[in-house]
Ligand binder design. Structure first.
Ligand code: NAP
Length: 275
């Protein structure tokens, strides 16, 4: 039986994908930040299959990410799919108690930490893959202002972590044989953009009514992409909806890719060393 760890599986695309995987006979571990929502989602998913469990973790706190991954490792011996899907857009500049800007912590740092910590189990599992869910907008991070003291907006917070994930994926694929790909779901009818500042909120609502797809359709798309990646051993690729597309070009200055890797190691290092 194949095992998946799905982050942000208490709502939206993550929850629908967890359902789909269970229906297809996978074992699924869901990860969510809200204990009550985790419990409710677990009861709902257990109607499909008993091969499901939950880990509660706020991914903005890296110490808790380590704990969550260690819980996963204590209960599982293989991992075929790490679906890095969780996100919430913080429209206010929030600095976590560990000193990271919240959008960057949830969207990028927690993902990089999970990848690092789960590298061994993924490496040992046949046909394992990591799929990282991102949007379409990317803006270069300012390495001199990682916590965005100078110029914060929620949109910048979002597009910056997506830039980091894009650039990290390039470097990871030069260093590691594990399959890591990006996935763009398109516009999906979920709650994630409900708190966008106006007039963006109205615009997104309208757009969603016209071209937005359901979470079930999105889960079908993701499942088809997961199989396509396994069958063709794809890495360092980007998929949108169901199709492979060219890897998104982003603004980069010379040395950015290596610099991001070093900066990431520096931030994550203490959390890894402490455990
Ligand atoms: N929907 C779209 O049109 C769209 C477009 C492009 C990209 N995406 C990306 O697709 C992914 C899924 O988004 P969605 O639309 O399905 O959003 P969603 O319905 O809001 O679901 C997001 C999930 O992530 C969880 N989450 C948020 N912050 C977390 C944290 N700090 N720790 C742990 N879990 C956390 C949420 O938990 P709660 O249930 O507690 O909120 C929820 O389970 C995201 O990465 C998003 O950026 C979505």
């Amino acid at each position: 039986m194949k095992t998946a760890l799905v982050t942000g599986a208490t709502d939206g695309i993550g929850k629908a994908t967890a359902k789909k995987l269970l229906l297809e006979g996978w074992k699924v571990v869901i990860l969510g930040r809200n204990p009550n929502k985790c419990e409710a989602t677990l009861s709902e998913l257990k109607r499909i299959s008993n091969e499901v469990s939950a880990i509660v973790c706020d991914l903005s706190i890296l110490k808790d990410v380590i704990k969550a991954v260690d819980t996963f490792l204590s209960e599982n011996t293989n991992l075929h799919l790490l679906l890095l899907n969780a996100n919430a857009i913080a429209n206010k500049r929030i600095i976590t108690k560990e000193g990271n800007e919240q959008n960057f912590a949830v969207g990028y740092l927690s993902r990089a930490l999970m990848i690092k910590r789960l590298q061994d189990i993924l490496g040992k599992t046949e046909n394992a893959q990591i799929l990282s869910v991102v949007g379409m907008d990317f803006s270069r991070i300012n390495f001199e202002d990682l916590t965005m003291v100078e110029e914060f907006t929620g949109r910048k917070g979002l597009t910056r972590w997506q830039w980091a994930m894009n650039v990290y994926t390039r470097e990871f694929n030069e260093r590691n044989p594990i399959l890591l790909n990006l996935y763009m779901p398109g516009l999906v009818k979920t709650k994630i953009l409900a708190n966008e500042p106006q007039p963006m909120r109205i615009f997104v609502k309208l757009l969603n009514m016209i071209v937005g797809i359901s979470v079930e359709k999105s889960a079908e798309n993701i499942y088809s992409v997961i199989n396509e990646i396994t069958n063709n051993h794809k890495r360092g690729t980007c998929y949108a909806w169901r199709k492979e597309r060219s890897f998104p070009k982003v603004e980069m200055k010379e040395g950015d890719q290596k610099k991001l890797w070093q900066v990431t190691d520096k931030i994550l290092g203490p959390f890894i060393l402490a455990n």
